[in-house]
Design a binder for this molecule. Sequence first.
Ligand code: CTP
Length: 399
Amino acid sequence: MTLKGKHIVAGITGSIAAYKAAVLVRLLVKEGAEVKVMMTALAKEFITPLTMATLSRNPVLVDFFDPENGAWNSHVDLGLWADALLIAPATANTIAGMAAGTAGNLLLATYLAARCPVFVAPAMDLDMFRHTATTQNIQTLQARGVHIIEPSTGALASGLDGKGRMEEPEKIVRYVVDAMQPGDCAGKKVLVTAGPTYEPVDPVRFVGNRSSGRMGYALAEELAQRGAEVILVSGPTALSVKHPAIRRVDVQTAAEMYRAATEHFPAMDAAMMTAAVADFTPAAVQSEKIKDKQEFDLKLVPTKDIAAELGAAKRPGQVLAGFALETHNETENAVKKLTKKNFNFIVLNSLNDAGAGFGHDTNKITIIDKDRHSVHFELKSKDRVAKDIVDRLVACWKQ
Ligand code: CTP
């Protein structure tokens, strides 16, 4: 039983595919889950609460309170009770309500209150499914980390043929089971530094660099998806965090990043240093905006090397990984950094490789370890690169 002891709120909305929810709930129970079924008012027209209560072995929840006796169905308690919220079938209307954050029925309110993974299996007519409004709502949910279980293509209740059929219950349950298995980073705490740092010159100007933060954010998401608790110490970026297991600590300067990283590192199982930390910062910050349009010298002083500091403090069992972005003598320079900063491994990317480094969605990396053993990877999306890097981290923990 792969879902043994898991609490699942199974939401059913008003679609003809609601009849499949009976099989779905039966399969969830068979996998060992405790299931509470929540139905919208319209869903009751497609399948009876009696059927669903019998199969789930729990009373079906429809309203915020029971009109008979006034008993309150607390959406907050239900949201916290759930280890997973699965909405299948999910209509265009419910998906829109979730994207907009409305709380007009018990199911939508529970979605807002839930802290657990959320799975949505859409079911609707093909034109409704491919409508820009629905497409955008689904993208909004995905950006928030909601799992969308894609509908399949085939004959629809409307008589039309196309994409919009709710996925078969067996496949939905398989998807949920896979996503709910503890990842290989479960129980681990990982610090990730990401993005650039901005070193102020005066109240409006700064010295910075072109780092977008994308590699660090992709790593943080990958770690969180695989079960880690992540502290993401981030310089200024335009990115947002999706996974609830990522705690973002915003910093501006190298000094602030140093303070945040050194404060959190002792409690961590690993640190991944992806930030492009400024190597120099202005010796003095002007308190007023510099107005004179005359030539002047800006005195810069070195910042602290955060990675080297963590490398010196590293205790047995902690893994520290760094990044090197090089333009020449790539391997030699990367190995020097690996040794100097006491990294377990270093991720090298070369600005000579098209599609690698700053500002791209892709990256091409080489991972070099303490024994100077290197592994080259193909050009991939930063999300895929993050998987390769986390695989290496997991291998280090196992050593
Ligand atoms: N790093 C850091 N703190 C700094 C500088 C770098 O934590 N003050 C980390 C980076 O996050 C990266 C690694 O050290 O993981 C290498 O960064 P890089 O800037 O390439 O190294 P430097 O030591 O600054 O070397 P150089 O600028 O001479 O290439």
